[in-house]
Structures are given as structure tokens and as C-alpha cells.
Design a protein around this ligand. Structure first.
Ligand code: SAH
Ligand code: SF4
Ligand code: F3S
Length: 439
């Protein structure tokens, strides 16, 4: 245990983009307290592990990371475990890993400075309060942003899919207010953001009175200097007509939709408590593609859900063929303590799930490569986000969220350039500059 006031910090994020957003906010908060980001992460006085609980390996990674934080002289930095493992495991973490000083849930991290002060006085602190949106009233003004940045608009989940921990680790569905979000978006643009991705565990469930996510996107569209808007992750049941129409009407809204279906068989979808069917999902895609034929569709899949038969798994392959994905994540079902599916009969043997995952991923890779190849020969805009490995190379994103590698002198991160796509692989595209587009 550490007993001095830390001067430097480092934050390590695991899991979803919402943790990336929370990590940025914690960095802003600690900086506002006079601490600075450690230049040498290995020697930071305070290490925040911002954890994810979604699958088993994610939690195990945290414990091995804690072990690795011990320094050669036997001492440890001050260690805070934040995020969803913190929320789910609570004080069990400091029992299992005694070097942990702070355990703080995803809705209590605005209290980090007080907690750090308590640890410096020799105490251990656990705060797993789920007070909803309190943290947003306390956090300092936005400072930390890249050219492409995140903005959490909605937190939590009321859907209770039978395999998932999120409703327990993030609490009930709750939306931040319209005016507050517009202010935060403007602050991000003032700090240099060109693209904002609106985030939520169910981002399209965002509401403020009569206003839905489509309304919020139309309002963000009016912010000068903001060039691109995205949102993720969406639930099929919250895909309103207003949001779909925004894809036709709002030019800044990028043609990308992350809409997980999880499985292609109705009996499995029911057992998962997904509350949509195979057919209702495909009908939503028809509506979206009617207004935005070039949409890049992305999804999440779980294979080996308890009781899934070979024939039911074939339905997942067939929905992938029908839906046509530009990109997708796929996972082997992982039983999570406290969720209904963990105690269901007929857990699928790991080798069966492995084989299904391989077949699914092969199909998804095929579709992803085909989608990327289809962009060769197109002229499109790219927002430059980071340096590449080669001299003079920059990496950016196309409107369809593909990575585009560009070799060009005189360009900077944050520039939006027009490029010709000249080559495509499974994971990235190669672009050549045609001209600098108006940002
Ligand atoms: N709210 C989003 C996704 C949240 S979690 C949605 O409903 O679509 C991200 C993804 O992790 C899920 O879409 C699901 O595919 C996967 N996932 C969640 N729990 C899991 C579990 N127990 N085992 C395997 N994958 C899981
Ligand atoms: Fe988890 Fe389902 Fe909620 Fe998504 S909708 S966060 S998968 S419970
Ligand atoms: Fe993981 Fe929590 Fe996100 S469990 S996926 S960090 S909401």
C-alpha cells in the first residue's frame, strides 16, 4: 500500500469505448487536481486499471496486470481498479489482490481525488455507488480530445439479455440531457475534435422528453467545425424511423451502423432475451439500406450459447450471408456469474464452440475483405487520426470506418483529405491524395 500523495498517473483501459471515454474524463479530473500523466508509465505514482467484465478472460487479465505492477524493489504504485470488474467484484478485488488501494465503479469515479487523498492517509477505499449521472455535474470541462473523439450520451442497460453483465455493472438505462450534450460537443470541437462518436451501451435508446437520437444528431449537425458524427452501440428495438431518416438527411452522419444481432435463430434469440427476431432485424436493415444503400453494417455475434444446436448455429451463418457485414465482432459464449444463462442446462462443449467461432469468423473475414475491395477505385474523404509506421505515412478513417493508410508530406493529424482508394486488404485500405477537402 502506498502512503504518499501521487504526483503522476497512468490509466489503462480495457473493454468498450465507454471505458475509453471514462478514462479520458478521469485523466482530465486528475490533471485538474494538479497531477500529471506519467511520461514513463512504468514509474507512475498512481495506476488506474479501467476494467471490463464482459467475458471471463477480461477479468483474469486485470489480476495478472495487478501482479505485473509490482516494482523491482518490491514496492507498488498506488493502484485503483475502476470500471466494470470493480463494480461486479467489489471488495473481493482488494481481498484477492492486497496491493489494490481503491476500487471504484463506473459511476463513482468523479470521487477519485478524495479517494486518493484517503489512501494517502493510509485507508483503503471502495465506492460502488451507482448514482446515475452525478459524475457529469462534477467532472471538469473537456480538455482531452483527439481529432476523432467519444461523447457518452447514454449509460446503462435495461434489456437484460440473459448472457450479459452490463445491466449489473452499469446500472439502469439513463440519458444525459440535450443541452448538456450540445455544450460538451462544442467544448470538444473547440479543443480540436473533427469527429464525435456518440456512445452508450444502448446509444439509440437515448431520449430527452420527445427527442430521440435522430433529433440530437440533427442538432449536432449545426455545430460549425464538427465534420463527422457517428454513434454506437445500437439495439435493434430502439432503431426509430427518425434515426433512420437522419442517415438520409444529415450529411455529417457517417454511413456506418453497428447493430448487433448476436444470433440468427429465433429460439436462441428468445433464450437470449433479445426481444427481436431474425426477421425483424433483417427488416430494419432493409429500411436503413433503402435510405443509405452504401451503409457499412457492423455487428456482434455469440456462438455456443447454452443449448445451441448445429442447425441453430447454421442460422447464424445464414443471417450473416443475408445481412452482409462490412465488419463484425464474434465471441464464444462466456458464462458470467449472476446472469441467467450461466446456470442454463446444455452448456456447449468448448471444442464445439471453437469450431463454430472459426467458421463464423472465416465468413465474416470474407465479407469484410469483399466490402473493402468494393471501395477500390472510389474517391472519398479521410480524417487523418494518427501517424503510420512508415516515414511520412498517416492513418485515417474513411466514412465507412475503414483504416486508410496514406503516404503524403505536408499533411497533419486532424486534416480531412480527399483520397483515391487504390488498394484494399482485409484490415485496411491504401489511399492516394487527390486534394485537400474543405473541413
Ligand atoms: N449493448 C450492446 C453490446 C454490449 S456488450 C448490444 O446489446 O448489442 C458487447 C458484446 O459482447 C455483445 O454485443 C455480445 O456480443 C458480447 N457479449 C456480451 N456478453 C457476453 C458473454 N457472456 N459471452 C460472450 N460474449 C458476450
Ligand atoms: Fe448486454 Fe443486451 Fe444490454 Fe447489450 S442490450 S448491454 S447485450 S444486456
Ligand atoms: Fe466491458 Fe463494461 Fe464496456 S463490461 S464492454 S467495459 S460496459
Amino acid at each position: 500500500m502506498s502512503s504518499e500523495s501521487p504526483k503522476t498517473f497512468t490509466i489503462k483501459n480495457y473493454g468498450c469505448q465507454m471505458n475509453v471515454y471514462d478514462g479520458d474524463r478521469m485523466a482530465e479530473l486528475l490533471s485538474a487536481q494538479g497531477m500529471s500523466a506519467a511520461a514513463d508509465k512504468a514509474n507512475a505514482d498512481l495506476v488506474v486499471l479501467n476494467t471490463c467484465h464482459i467475458r471471463e478472460k477480461a477479468a483474469e487479465k486485470v489480476y495478472s496486470e495487478i501482479g505485473r505492477l509490482r516494482r523491482r524493489d518490491g514496492s507498488s504504485p498506488m493502484i485503483a481498479v475502476a470500471g466494470c470488474v470493480a463494480q461486479a467484484e467489489g471488495s473481493e478485488i482488494s481481498r484477492r489482490a492486497r496491493e489494490v488501494d481503491i476500487v471504484v465503479g463506473p459511476q463513482a469515479y468523479h470521487k477519485l481525488p478524495e479517494m486518493v487523498a484517503s489512501v494517502a492517509r493510509g485507508e483503503n477505499v471502495v465506492d460502488l455507488d451507482l448514482p446515475g449521472l452525478d459524475k457529469f455535474d462534477v467532472l471538469p470541462k473537456r480538455r482531452k480530445t483527439g481529432a476523432a473523439t467519444f461523447l457518452t450520451v447514454q449509460e446503462g442497460c435495461d434489456k437484460f439479455c440473459t448472457y450479459c453483465v452490463v445491466p449489473y455493472t452499469r446500472g439502469a438505462e439513463i440519458s444525459r440531457g440535450f443541452a448538456e450534450l450540445i455544450d460538451e460537443a462544442k467544448a470538444l470541437v473547440d479543443e480540436g475534435a473533427k469527429e464525435i462518436t456518440l456512445l452508450g451501451q444502448n446509444v439509440n435508446a437515448w431520449r430527452d422528453g420527445e427527442q430521440d437520437l435522430g433529433t440530437l444528431i440533427r442538432a449536432l449537425d449545426q455545430i460549425d467545425g464538427l465534420a463527422r458524427i457517428r454513434y454506437m452501440t445500437s439495439h435493434p428495438n430502439d432503431m426509430t424511423d427518425g434515426l433512420i431518416a437522419a442517415h438520409a438527411e444529415v450529411e455529417k452522419l457517417m454511413p456506418y451502423l453497428h447493430l448487433p444481432v448476436q444470433a440468427g435463430n429465433d429460439r436462441i434469440l428468445k433464450a437470449m432475451n433479445r426481444s427481436h427476431s431474425r426477421d425483424s432485424y433483417l427488416r430494419i436493415l432493409d429500411k436503413v439500406r433503402a435510405v443509405r444503400p452504401d451503409i457499412a453494417l457492423s455487428g456482434d455475434f455469440i456462438v455456443g450459447f447454452p443449448g445451441e444446436t448445429d442447425a441453430e448455429f447454421e442460422d447464424t451463418l445464414s443471417i450473416v450471408r443475408e445481412a452482409r457485414y462490412a465488419h463484425a465482432f464474434s465471441f464464444k459464449y462466456s458464462p458470467r456469474p449472476g446472469t441467467p444463462a450461466a446456470t442454463m442446462d446444455e452448456q456447449v462443449a468448448p471444442e464445439v464452440a471453437d469450431e463454430r467461432l472459426q467458421r463464423l469468423q472465416a465468413l465474416i473475414n470474407e465479407q469484410q475483405t469483399a466490402f473493402n475491395r468494393d471501395t477500390v477505385g472510389k474517391r472519398t474523404s479521410v480524417l487523418l487520426e494518427k501517424p503510420g509506421k512508415l516515414d511520412g505515412q498517416l492513418i485515417g478513417r474513411s466514412p465507412w470506418l475503414q483504416s486508410v493508410h496514406i503516404l503524403a508530406q505536408g499533411l497533419s493529424i486532424g486534416d480531412i483529405v480527399e483520397v483515391d482508394i487504390v488498394d484494399a486488404g482485409p484490415l485496411s485500405l491504401k489511399g492516394e491524395i487527390t486534394m485537400r477537402a474543405a473541413a
